[in-house]
Ligand binder design. Structure first.
Ligand code: NAP
Length: 400
């Protein structure tokens, strides 16, 4: 067998998810059965200081010779960087991704991809012009669990999907947790609110089950009806958003299919962290597929068929394993010892694309990401939510 190819990552930003992603990235891919590639981190950049970037490299266990930069420009100019992972707030993704693409770097960019669809169209055009890989880091799509769910659908297990309920909500107590309103979750200057941060996962489940599972030439944009409740303290951020979607589908394929995508900062999908309520329900005439919370990192599915069959499956995340002393997790959460967070699946996809010359992710191409951004634009339009011009603009460069 050919020896594995190594892909050299540059990490742009040093916040919470950058740390989680980088730690996962450095787990040996063989622990999840991936033999043909390896990841390494050759540089990280902070917009605030070199020392912050150096601390980040030390904390994540990056190789000792990885470079620390005090600006994003230096990172994207580093000839040793094969691909850039962007983990700034979504308000900044357009400017940061354009910076990397202009510098000739492939990009894996955190969700939500951009603030609006027009920004994403511009990035997609730039990636095409420069023949560069560009993918939204919607990690959940690349989980074996998601692949399994899509296979159950395309194999006709529950018949043509007629309806999907998808929720991703967290009872965050925003007035207490983000009291001064500056946190990116509620801050309009950082494109705050539930929809772009959490609702993207509700839409991910709707799209990957109702849209992506259709033959490519049969996929059609949905009709959208949305209700939005504003978060009063910061005014321009949604606290709760509910979207009803109707996907046109031919009579032979089952006719139009409906979905309800919901998200909230105020209430939880399943209170008290019980995770006992299926936040995702995919229904067909033959039964339903249930996915248990959290929608972004599920580890449990259940299939309930009309004939009484019930199939439960657990999907633990692989990693260095128990006894390794290694831990990863996002924010205040810590997974079990040796258990990965699950961000390596999307990293494998991106690295594989860079090695093999693919320009988009296989489980969510740019057209689909743009369509999802269009749905979020429409929800914001119906809900009356706009963000400051400087983060909605497509003008590049714009100083944020
Ligand atoms: N996939 C997932 O599960 C997941 C989970 C959480 C978040 N996310 C996404 O990842 C992105 C970052 O989220 P996060 O929770 O990591 O945020 P965070 O902890 O606040 O980190 C954001 C980082 O961006 C950089 N940054 C640059 N300009 C900034 C500004 N004006 N204000 C704040 N930070 C700025 C900072 O790093 P430097 O100072 O080093 O430049 C900061 O540490 C968001 O788009 C979010 O939606 C994804």
């Amino acid at each position: 067998m050919a020896s594995p190819k190594t892909v050299r990552w540059g990490i742009l930003a040093t916040g919470g998810i950058a740390k989680t992603f980088t730690k996962d990235l450095l787990v040996d891919p063989a622990t999840r059965g991936v033999q043909h590639l390896r990841h390494t981190v050759v540089a990280a950049a902070s917009s605030s200081s070199v020392s912050r970037a150096q601390d980040f490299l030390n904390d994540t266990g990056a190789p000792a010779d990885a470079k620390a930069y005090g600006s994003y420009q230096e990172l994207v100019s580093d000839p040793n960087v094969d691909i850039v992972y962007i983990a700034t707030p979504h308000s900044h993704h357009y400017q940061n991704a354009m910076l990397a693409l202009e510098a000739g770097k492939p990009v894996l960019c955190e969700k939500a991809f951009t603030v609006n669809a027009e920004q994403l169209r511009k990035l997609a055009d730039k990636a095409k012009e420069k023949e560069l890989f560009l993918m939204e880091a919607v990690w959940t799509r690349y989980f074996p669990l998601s692949i399994y769910v899509r296979e159950q659908i395309t194999s006709g297990r529950i018949g043509p999907v007629a309806r999907v309920f998808a929720d991703n909500s967290m009872a965050c107590d925003p007035e207490v947790q983000w009291k001064d309103g500056t946190n990116r979750m509620v801050n309009p200057e950082l494109a705050g609110g539930a929809l772009l941060d959490l609702g993207i996962y509700s839409l991910t489940w709707v799209f990957q089950t109702l849209y992506h599972t259709q033959p490519a030439d049969a996929r059609k944009p949905p009709k959208v009806l949305a209700a939005m409740k504003n978060y009063a303290p910061t005014k321009q951020a949604d606290e709760t958003t509910t979207i009803v979607l109707s996907f046109p589908r031919s009579h032979q394929a089952g006719g139009d299919a409906h979905a309800i995508a919901t998200t909230s900062l105020r209430v939880a999908t399943s209170p008290a962290g019980n995770q006992d309520v299926p936040g995702i329900r995919i229904q067909g005439p033959g039964g339903e597929i249930q996915v248990f919370p959290p929608a972004f990192r599920p580890t449990r599915t259940r299939i309930v068929l009309q004939d009484g069959t019930v199939e439960d499956k657990d999907w633990p995340q692989p990693g260095p394993g128990e006894g390794s002393g290694w831990r990863n997790g996002f924010g205040a959460t810590t997974n079990a010892e040796g258990e990965g967070h699950g961000m390596f699946w999307e990293a494998d996809e991106a690295a594989d694309a860079v090695i093999n010359g693919r320009k988009e992710g296989r489980y969510e191409g740019l057209d689909e990401s743009i369509l999802i951004m269009e749905v979020m634009d429409e929800a914001r339009k119906q809900g009356g939510l706009t963000y400051p011009d400087k983060i909605e603009t497509t003008k590049y460069p714009t100083q944020l």
